[in-house]
Design a protein around this ligand. Structure first.
Ligand code: HEC
Ligand code: HEC
Length: 343
């Protein structure tokens, strides 16, 4: 498979809203340009979420979004930033079983990595959000996460001169609005693209797999790729694969969104990119290691009416030999992108 890089490079001039804002406050030069950020995307990545086209990352939008992402003032007691749970060294996931928010409160689910989200059509384990711009409010207000409100956040940051300047540069005037906060954070998230793992380098013919990685890759194609498919290693569907159940009464998997029993305890097939860095695994961190995940699939998963046919038609199992498990783990480690996690 030959990969050709396509480079998106469109420079635009934002309308000069800045000029109008200057009559009352001339401390900032009017924005002259806020160019789109160049994203380098492998040709075989899936298409963008359509929301991306209405909110393409710009130089200052991304800078602003990044500052917000790392700012603990987004939480009620100023202790928790987005980046507290979404840590770069863990591919913007963390090492907890479930998210830990303000006052040490434990949330419902495991923190997913933030990577390649521009190419996803559903967000969160249950796909409750279809656009990144709409996802930002969730952690902001969730009591076990940041337990704040958008009004509170705007109140805290609006006198901050650094923010005023960045809002001006990103949006043409220094007004801080909820939408601008959501858009800039989403813009920053859109730029978090992981596409330089050993797997990618092999696809680009820059290197080759070891024999064991190659064997793992072949086993993966047969046993895993029907769900963990394509270059993102997810087909972006929702499935119940019989993992141990989160007994929290708020959990129902995808059924929480659709209200349909057929979706009970179904979760979005997770991407396996950077999986080495995102332990523990499962929607509430049921498994400490990749080996535990594979042993569980091999020994037998929980029965359910809506258990995925791949397991159901095989006595609730995905049989794997010791050799296959070892090779699968070695293969999954080729999905690690050192640059992405800042190594
Ligand atoms: C307390 C820990 C915590 C904090 C703080 C937090 N998150 Fe999350 N984040 C999570 C958890 C847990 C999930 C999974 C939620 C679910 O599936 O219901 C998640 C999911 C996400 C997702 C969806 C990822 C995907 O693969 O679909 C995005 C995007 C995200 N968070 C961005 C943010 C942003 C932006 C902030 C700050 C405004 C933030 N998070 C703050 C824990 C946290
Ligand atoms: C029928 C579809 C399907 C098949 C086949 C499948 N998976 Fe998954 N996989 C999923 C779903 C769905 C989840 C999330 C389930 C949950 O948390 O309840 C998951 C979770 C995982 C996780 C944990 C990911 C995380 O971030 O927590 C790993 C690792 C994994 N799968 C690897 C594999 C491997 C390796 C194979 C092949 C041996 C495989 N899967 C086969 C659908 C599948």
């Amino acid at each position: 498979m030959k990969k050709i890089y396509k480079i998106i490079q469109i420079s635009v001039l934002l309308p000069f809203f800045g000029l109008m804002a200057c009559s009352s406050d001339d401390s900032y030069a009017p924005i002259e340009s806020n160019p789109l950020v160049e994203l380098i995307i492998p040709a075989d990545f899936p298409s963008f979420n359509s929301a991306f086209y209405n909110n393409q990352p710009t130089k200052f939008g991304v800078e602003l979004g990044k500052k917000l992402f790392f700012d603990p003032r987004l939480s009620r007691d100023n202790t928790i930033a987005c980046a507290t749970c979404h840590i770069q060294a863990s591919a913007y996931a963390d090492q907890q079983k479930q998210g830990v928010g303000i006052e040490g409160k434990v949330g419902l689910r495991n923190v997913p990595p933030i990577q390649n989200l521009a190419f996803m059509q559903y967000y969160n384990w249950d796909g409750s959000k279809r656009q990144l711009e709409n996802q930002v409010i969730v952690p902001l207000i969730t009591p076990e996460e940041m337990h704040s409100s958008i009004v509170e956040v705007i109140g805290k940051i609006q006198e901050d001169l650094d923010y005023q300047k960045l809002f001006q540069q990103a949006f043409g005037d220094k007004q801080i609005t909820d939408q601008r906060i959501y858009q800039s954070i989403a813009q920053y998230e859109y730029t978090l693209i992981s596409a330089n793992s050993k797997y990618d380098q092999v696809q680009r013919k820059e290197t080759v797999f070891t024999p064991k990685e190659q064997y793992g890759y072949e086993v993966f194609q047969v046993k895993c790729a029907s769900c963990h498919s394509g270059t993102l290693f997810t087909d972006q569907t929702f499935r119940n694969i019989g993992f141990p159940i989160n007994r929290d009464s708020n959990e129902a998997g995808r059924a929480r969104v659709t209200g349909d029993l057929k979706d009970y305890m179904s979760f979005r097939v997770p991407s396996l990119r950077n999986i080495e860095f995102t332990a523990p695994y499962g929607s509430f961190g049921q498994f400490q290691t990749l080996k535990e995940v594979l042993d569980y699939m091999d020994q037998g998963v929980l029965w359910a009416d809506n258990l995925d046919p791949i397991f159901k038609e095989n006595e609730n199992k995905l049989p794997l030999t010791t050799e296959e498990k070892e090779a699968l783990i070695v293969f999954m480690q080729t999905l690690s992108d050192g640059n992405f996690i800042g190594k």
